[in-house]
Design a protein around this ligand. Structure first.
Ligand code: FES
Ligand SMILES: [Fe+2]
Length: 265
């Protein structure tokens, strides 16, 4: 599979009256490896960026990029194509007609990545360019803020995995009344056990521990409220049963096995 757009790696392959309405430059606090991982991960769009995207479903994807439907009736789609080792382009289409072309250039700066984003839109009158350009910059500031936070959290978890693991078989979490008060106040109560983080919650009057880290791409589950016995990861929407640790539907991913919790007086 490759991009459907012919000559996808070149600027303006459909010969539109494209106008560069604005450019966005920024230093992202994540490695270029994390950035590429994020760029090729279409699945986070409707979850991490739920204020900007909603109905996103995959049409096809691969090392070349991805193509998603962006409306339930499949009347619009987005195609993102890797153009080089340091650039990619995302084009949006409505009813088969291209409505935007956004180029992003990446520059490896050790543990950071400098980005430059160019917003090309067709047929924008001169008196609307500034307003439309500002709108695109505002949208992309939000998207990159959300992506940067996700990439940094994921990097933190990846680095954490490399740290020494204790072989303790028991852990004293403190006085039950203190924990009870913290949970009642809505505070996250978490602890590390054998190198993994778990969180403590109360479900139907019973204490319960579940993994604080999602087994998919290490998303945060510690702050997520339990709903119908499940927690839903905010990065890609995978939902786990907190008792069994499994996905309620078919799927092989599973939360780390939580230690048994109990009260000893
Ligand atoms: S990190 Fe992807 S669903 Fe949790
Ligand atoms: Fe993103």
């Amino acid at each position: 599979m490759t991009a459907q757009q012919p000559n996808a790696e070149s600027l303006n392959p459909n010969g539109l009256n494209l106008v560069l309405v604005s450019t966005y430059e920024r230093l992202i606090g994540a490695t270029i490896e994390r950035v590429w991982e994020n760029v090729l991960d279409w699945e986070h769009l409707p979850w991490l960026h739920h204020t900007s995207f909603s109905d996103i479903t995959l049409d096809q994807g691969g090392d070349w990029g991805w193509r998603t439907w962006s409306s339930p009736d499949k009347s619009s789609h987005i195609e993102l194509v890797v153009a080089s080792k340091t650039s990619y382009v995302a084009r949006s289409f409505q009813l088969g007609k291209q409505v935007s072309e956004i180029w992003t250039y990446l520059n490896d700066r050790d543990s950071n990545t400098a980005i430059r984003v160019e917003f090309w839109l067709p047929d924008i009158d001169a008196d609307r360019r500034q307003a439309v350009g500002d709108l695109m910059i505002g949208l992309y500031t939000t998207l990159w803020n959300e992506d940067e936070a996700m990439m940094q959290e994921r990097q933190r978890r990846l680095d954490e995995k490399l740290q020494a693991v204790s072989s303790a078989t028991e852990l004293d979490l403190g006085k039950p009344e203190d924990i009870e008060a913290a949970v009642a106040a809505g505070q996250k109560v978490s602890f590390y056990f054998r190198g993994r983080e778990f969180c403590l919650k109360k479900l139907d009057g019973q204490w319960l521990a579940h993994a604080a880290v999602c087994p998919h791409l290490l998303g945060p589950l510690g702050d997520i409220p339990v709903t119908d016995g499940t927690v839903t990861c905010p990065w890609h929407g995978y939902r786990f049963d907190v008792q069994s640790g499994r996905l309620p539907f078919s799927g092989s991913r599973q939360l780390s096995t939580a230690p048994r919790t109990g009260i000893v007086r």
